[in-house]
Design a protein around this ligand. Structure first.
Ligand SMILES: Cc1cc2nc3c(=O)[nH]c(=O)nc-3n(C[C@H](O)[C@H](O)[C@H](O)COP(=O)(O)O)c2cc1C
Length: 407
């Protein structure tokens, strides 16, 4: 995940034109530096088209971002689904379908919206559904609809992942609900300041699901060890051709793709500053391999280098679908609680993606044993993220509308 085809670190290099190679984001930044590119835009037909194509000068524009603007407007269950679709999901796949009845919402998985070898056991996919379920519950409560959730109401192999029955009640607004429209994954740098332990404790809240826990890794030595593991996992994922391709498949490099699909990963979600973001949007996309290289570098020099703390959600039974749905609900609550306190959160799941891939391919496990050394005995990792105070505000990711994912 998280591929993006430019390399800001190269912007300070001196200009060394090489006309044999096609110009792409990476090369033009090398040649000109960021300031020069914005000047070049004004007088170049091709780049002017790119301004239009990537909507570089108006990030977050268009119908693809409408669900963020109107999520409070619609009443009733359709409105609650409008809040559900703003939840986090792996690679922004939005793998959900909702069935609205008079006094209930059924939640289904859209199995075609997966990430292949990045998530071979569909663990992350079900966690993403859990995230949406949590938003749905909070939005029902805020609308005076008292929700009652049944997970896997048709059994573990049945079609419905959840059934949310509602009864009329009084509206129960909450800070978590109010944060739904401001929650975004922040892949930019974080400040050096630590997040106080007390605040971390508040983010985790209390899980009432047995075996599900949030662990905080704050001390320098284990934090450094987890940082190394995250970088190694990013390198291994990129070296695995199938995983690298499946990872890249959800990258939307052009505005027309974003507006058409309204899903996936975009340049706007990579945590760049405004100038770098505008520049990166103007230039032709470069290759998957460049994107992989860029992601590994960001992981080493920004993501892990500025993580104030890591959170790891562990489970006693990580393969249990109901536990995965509950883990998604917990993850979404942690992210909303962080948002409401001004704490940024960045999901970083390459280690568990490699653990699953090693299991799928039957090779000797390497990442599982290394991660286990950093966790309490018997606790199995499901999800990893970093937190910290953000240097810059994260941008919204595109979303399909509530209507388009409702039956
Ligand atoms: C189960 C799960 C796994 C995720 N893993 C990663 C990850 O490894 N790296 C990353 O940058 N984002 C990850 N994300 C965040 C998604 O990419 C993000 O939620 C999606 O792009 C939508 O963006 P938003 O959270 O800003 O709304 C994950 C999200 C979920 C729910």
């Amino acid at each position: 995940m998280r591929t993006v085809p430019i390399d800001p670190a190269t912007t300070t290099e001196p200009a060394r034109p090489d006309r044999r190679l096609p110009l792409n984001r990476r090369r033009l930044l090398r040649l000109l530096g960021a300031g020069g590119v914005t000047i070049a835009v004004a007088g170049t037909g091709a780049l002017s088209y790119r301004v239009y194509d990537t909507a570089a000068l108006d990030p977050g524009h268009g119908d693809a971002y409408d669900p963020w603007r109107h999520w409070r407007d619609t009443p009733g269950l359709l409105g609650a689904v409008g809040a559900a679709v703003l939840a986090a999901s792996p690679h922004n796949t939005q793998p959900w379908i909702f069935g609205i009845r008079a006094d209930a919402v059924d939640v289904f998985v859209d199995a075609g919206r997966g990430t292949g070898t990045v998530d071979p056991f569909r663990r992350e996919q079900h966690i993403g559904i859990g995230c949406a379920l949590e938003n749905l519950v909070l939005a029902c409560q805020a609308r005076g609809l008292r929700p009652e959730v049944a997970l896997l109401p048709d059994g573990p192999a049945g079609p419905r992942l959840a059934e949310v029955n509602v009864r009329p009640g009084t509206p129960v607004p909450s800070p978590l609900h109010d944060a739904i429209g401001d929650r975004h994954t922040n892949r930019g740098p974080f400040e050096a300041a630590a997040v106080p332990r007390e605040t971390l404790g508040e983010l985790a809240g209390r899980s009432d699901v047995s075996g599900l826990e949030v662990h905080w890794i704050t001390d320098p030595a284990p934090r450094a060890a987890l940082s190394r593991l995250l970088v190694d996992a990013a390198v291994a994922l990129c070296a695995d051709d199938r995983q690298s391709r499946d990872n890249f498949a959800w990258f939307r490099g052009h505005d027309d793709e974003i507006q058409r699909h309204r899903d996936g990963l975009t340049l706007g979600g990579q945590g760049f500053g405004p100038l770098m973001l505008a520049v990166s949007r103007l230039l032709p996309a470069s290759s998957r391999v460049d994107g992989d290289r860029f992601w590994v570098k960001q992981t080493a020099t920004v993501h892990t280098a500025t993580a104030a703390a890591y959170g790891v959600i562990t489970a006693a039974a990580p393969d249990d679908r109901a536990i995965q749905l509950e883990a998604g609900r917990l993850l979404e609550r942690v992210h909303l609680a962080a948002t409401s306190r001004g704490v940024a959160l960045h999901h970083m799941n390459q280690i568990t993606e490699r653990i699953d891939r090693e299991r799928e391919t039957g090779v000797a496990p390497t990442f599982g044993p290394r991660f286990a050394e950093l966790l309490p005995r018997g606790a199995q990792p499901l999800l990893t993220f970093r937190v910290g105070y953000p240097v810059r505000t994260a941008q919204p990711a595109p979303r399909r509308s509530a209507r388009s994912v409702t039956r």
